[in-house]
Design a protein around this ligand. Structure first.
Ligand SMILES: Nc1ncnc2c1ncn2[C@@H]1O[C@H](COP(=O)(O)OP(=O)(O)OP(=O)(O)O)[C@@H](O)[C@H]1O
Length: 680
C-alpha cells in the first residue's frame, strides 16, 4: 500500500486496495482517473466499404469514449500513467516522444479500463506503444505485483507473468521487447522473450533467474515452453493476452498454435483475461476467430477511414510492367540510380535505403548475390552507389545471420535489403526510402504490410511494384483496389537477350546482366526452383510461367539452358505436359524425396534432354556468360549438401510446401502460407 502511495498518489492507492472486479481493470473503479467524456469522440463504427476490410463485428459495442488525451505528459499529470514510464517515453535522452498518435490516444483508456480491443491502424503509426504502454501500466496497477526491488536487482518468480504478447516473427518479437524494456525501464517490471532460433535453455534459465512480468514470444517457442511442465515457466496469473499482427496470427497457418497456447493459460472464467489485437489489416476471413477470441462487447478501434485502403496517401505507389522476369534486377537498379542522381543534382533527399521483396526465399539470395557482384565490380564499386550495403534476410538463414542482417540494415544509412516476407510485418527499420516488390505478393495484406516498411512515423517513402504481364489476373484480383500509378522504366522493357553482359560500362542493363551471370550456379538453380512454385500459382497459365522462367534464366542469368525439373516433381506440380518444361531423366541419380528435389531439383541431373522451347536447350549446366566455375557438386557457393535448405523445402512443421501460393488464383479463400517464413 505504501509503495502504491508513493508510485501513484492517494487515488491510485485507493484503487489498488479496492476489491477486484472480474470484468474490469482497477482504473475503471476510480472516476478521477478518467478524463471527462466528450461526445464527439466515438470509437469507429464497424463497417467498411472496402470489401476486403469490411470487418463487421455487430456484437462489438459502439460507445462514447473518454476525451482523448494527446500528450504523453498529460497522462502523467492526470495520474493515468506512472511517472517513470512517462519519463522514459518523453525524455529527450530516452524515447523523446511528445504527442500520442491517433491509435495510441484512441485505445489507451479502453485498455486501461480492461476492455478487450481490436485495433486497426495504418502501418508505422505506433501500434506497438499503443498496447505496450497501457499493458505495462496495468501490470503496475495490479496489487499482486511486487516491484519494490527496482533497478538492477529486480527479481520475481517465473510464475508472475501477467501479460503475454505473441508475434508472428522472431525479429518482431525481439523488436517489441526492446521497446517494452525502454518503456518499463526503472519501474521494476521484468520483460522477457521466448523466440525460436535462440537457445531455449539459456532463455529459460534467464526467466527462471530473473522472473517475468511481461513475456513476448513467437508461437512455436511459446507452445514449446508452456506445453512442457519441466521448463518451470507457467503463467497461472496471466490476465492479458496480446496478439500483434492479429490477422496473421489468426489465419489458418497460426490459428491452431494460438488456440493451443490459450489452452495453457489460466481458465478465463476463473481469472479474467483481457485480450488485445492489433494490426494494419483486418480481413473479413479472420473475423469469426476474432469474435471467438474477444469478449462480447469488445471495442473495434479503427483509425483507417471506412472507405479507404489502409496504405498511406503520401506514399506514391508505382507499378511497372516488365518485358520479362529477367528485367526485375535491372529495373531495381534503375530505380536506385535515378534516385541517387536526383540526390546528387541537389534534391533534398535521404540516402537510398530500400527493401526489395521477393516471393520466394531463394530469389532473395540470388538477387543479393547479383547485387553484391555488382558492388564488387570496379566501375560500380567506385561510383557513389558503391556505398550501398547489399543485405539479405530470409528464413533459411540461421537466426544469428538473420539478426545480423536486420541489425546491419537498421544501422546502415543506405543499402538494399533483399527480403522474403520475414520482415514484411511490423519491422521498424529507420529511414527506409523505398519498398520495391518484385512479383505480385501472395495477398493484399502482404502488399500493404510490405509497403508499410517505408513512410513510417510520418516520414516520406515510395512504393514500387515490378510485375510481368503473366501476373495480370492476380494483380487485378489482389491489388485492383490499391491506388497505384502505372510507370515505366527503360530497364524494365529492355530485351536482355540482346544486351551484352559487362561490368565495364555504366549501362544499367549490361551491368546487371554481368552481375546476374556471375551468381553461383547452385543459387541460380535454387532460385529457379523457388520461383517454380510461386509463379505457376501467380501466372494465368503454367505454360506462360514456364516460358517466362526459362527466359529469365537464359537471357538474364546467362545459363546455356533452363534448369531441369525432376520428372516426379514435374508430375506432382502438374507440369509434365507443359511445353517448355525441361524435364531431367534423373536416371543417373537416385530418386530424391520432395525436399531434396526442391533443394537440389534438376540440379543434380545432367542428362542431355532437349526441351521443346527455345529455352529448353541442351540440358545440363555448362557454364556460360560468367558462371563462376560452372557446375560442380560442391564447388559452387552454397554447394549441394543435404543440410542445405535453399529453394522450396519441407516446412519446419513436418508438412511440405511447394510455395506460398500453390493453387491460389486470387480467390477469396485464404491462401496457403509458407510457414517457413515465420517462427518455429
Ligand atoms: N507517439 C509517437 N510519436 C512519434 N513517433 C512514434 C510515436 N509512437 C511510436 N512512434 C514511432 O513510430 C514508429 C512506428 O511505430 P510502430 O512500429 O509501433 O508502428 P506500427 O503501427 O506497429 O507499424 P506496423 O503496422 O508496421 O507494425 C516507431 O519508430 C516508433 O518509435
Amino acid at each position: 500500500m505504501l509503495g502504491t502511495l508513493r508510485r501513484f498518489g492517494v487515488s491510485n492507492a485507493l484503487r489498488a486496495s479496492a476489491p477486484r472486479i472480474n470484468s474490469t481493470r482497477w482504473a475503471s473503479q476510480l472516476p478521477k482517473m478518467h478524463a471527462p467524456l466528450a461526445s464527439s469522440v466515438l470509437t469507429r463504427s464497424l463497417h467498411s466499404s472496402f470489401p476486403k476490410f469490411s470487418a463487421v463485428a455487430q456484437e462489438s459495442v459502439e460507445t462514447e469514449s473518454p476525451k482523448q488525451i494527446q500528450d504523453f505528459a498529460e497522462l502523467g499529470e492526470q495520474n493515468l500513467v506512472d511517472s517513470t514510464i512517462i519519463k522514459n517515453i518523453t525524455h529527450p535522452s530516452r524515447m523523446n516522444l511528445k504527442t500520442m498518435t491517433e491509435v495510441q490516444s484512441m485505445t489507451l483508456q479502453e485498455i486501461v479500463k480492461g476492455t478487450d480491443v481490436l485495433a486497426q491502424a495504418k502501418t508505422g503509426t505506433g501500434k506497438t506503444l499503443a498496447f505496450l504502454l497501457p499493458t505495462l501500466q496495468n501490470i503496475l496497477n495490479d496489487p499482486g505485483v511486487d516491484v519494490s526491488k527496482v533497478g538492477r536487482y529486480s527479481r520475481t518468480a517465473p510464475s508472475e507473468i501477467r501479460a503475454l504478447i505473441i508475434s508472428p516473427t522472431r525479429e518482431l518479437a525481439e523488436q517489441i521487447a526492446v521497446e517494452a524494456k525502454k518503456v518499463a525501464f526503472g519501474t521494476g517490471l521484468i520483460v522477457q522473450t521466448a523466440v525460436g532460433g535462440t537457445q531455449k535453455r539459456a532463455g529459460l534459465m534467464k526467466i527462471q533467474r530473473e522472473g517475468c512480468h511481461l513475456l513476448i514470444g513467437t508461437p512455436g517457442r511459446l507452445k514449446d515452453i508452456f506445453s512442457d511442465p519441466w521448463t518451470g515457466v507457467a503463467a497461472p496469473k496471466l490476465n492479458t493476452l496480446i496478439l500483434d499482427e492479429a490477422d496473421r496470427l489468426l489465419d489458418q497457418g497460426f490459428a491452431p498454435d494460438i488456440k493451443e497456447i490459450q489452452g495453457y493459460l489460466p481458465d478465463p472464467t476463473k481469472i479474467d483475461r483481457q485480450t488485445l489485437m492489433f494490426s494494419a489489416t483486418v480481413p473479413r476471413e479472420v473475423m469469426s476467430l476474432v469474435r471467438q477470441t474477444l469478449k462480447p462487447g469488445f471495442q473495434f478501434v479503427q483509425t483507417v477511414r471506412e472507405d479507404e485502403v489502409p496504405t498511406h496517401h503520401r506514399v506514391p505507389q508505382k507499378c511497372v510492367w516488365m518485358r520479362g522476369l529477367e528485367n526485375g534486377m535491372p529495373a531495381l537498379l534503375e530505380i536506385a540510380k535515378n534516385y541517387e542522381s536526383r540526390r546528387t543534382n541537389g534534391e533534398d533527399l535521404r540516402p537510398f535505403k530500400a527493401i526489395a521483396y521477393y516471393n520466394s526465399t531463394a530469389e532473395t539470395k540470388a538477387a543479393a548475390d547479383a547485387f553484391n557482384n555488382l558492388r564488387r565490380s570496379h566501375n560500380f564499386g567506385k561510383s557513389p552507389m558503391g556505398e550501398l550495403k547489399m543485405l539479405e534476410i530470409n528464413s533459411r538463414l540461421t537466426q544469428a545471420e538473420r539478426t545480423r542482417s536486420a541489425e546491419s540494415f537498421r544501422r546502415s544509412p543506405t543499402g538494399i535489403l533483399f527480403s522474403s516476407d520475414v520482415t514484411a510485418r511490423g519491422m521498424d527499420f529507420p529511414d527506409v526510402t523505398h519498398v520495391i516488390q518484385i512479383g505480385v505478393p501472395r495477398d493484399t495484406e502482404t502488399y500493404i504490410h510490405r509497403l508499410g516498411r517505408t513512410a513510417r512515423a510520418g516520414k516520406e517513402g515510395e512504393g514500387w511494384l515490378l510485375i510481368h504481364d503473366g501476373e495480370e489476373g492476380v494483380y487485378r484480383s489482389r491489388l485492383g483496389r490499391i491506388p497505384m500509378q502505372q510507370d515505366s522504366l527503360p530497364a524494365a522493357k529492355a530485351d536482355m537477350s540482346q544486351a551484352t553482359a559487362t561490368f565495364e560500362t555504366n549501362d544499367t542493363v549490361s551491368q546487371m546482366k554481368a552481375a546476374m551471370a556471375a551468381v553461383g550456379m547452385s543459387q541460380k538453380i535454387k532460385s529457379f526452383m523457388g520461383q517454380l512454385g510461386t509463379l505457376t500459382g501467380n501466372f494465368d497459365s503454367k505454360r506462360y510461367a514456364i516460358q517466362a522462367l526459362n527466359q529469365q534464366f537464359v537471357d538474364g542469368f546467362g545459363m546455356a539452358s533452363p534448369p531441369e525439373i525432376n520428372a516426379r516433381l514435374a508430375q506432382q506440380m502438374g507440369l509434365s505436359r507443359v511445353p517448355g518444361v525441361n524435364i531431367g531423366s534423373g536416371s543417373s541419380r537416385p530418386v530424391l524425396d520432395e525436399d531434396d528435389m526442391f533443394t537440389r531439383g534438376g540440379a543434380l541431373s545432367s542428362s542431355g534432354h532437349r526441351s521443346p522451347s527455345r529455352y529448353g536447350g541442351r540440358g545440363g549446366f555448362s557454364s556460360r556468360g560468367g558462371d563462376r566455375g560452372g557446375f560442380s557438386r560442391d564447388g559452387d557457393r552454397g554447394g549441394f549438401s543435404r543440410s542445405d535448405r535453399g529453394g522450396f523445402s519441407r516446412d519446419r512443421r513436418g508438412g511440405s510446401s511447394y510455395g506460398d501460393r500453390r493453387g491460389d488464383r486470387g480467390s477469396s479463400r485464404p491462401p496457403r502460407r509458407n510457414m517457413a517464413e515465420f517462427d518455429f
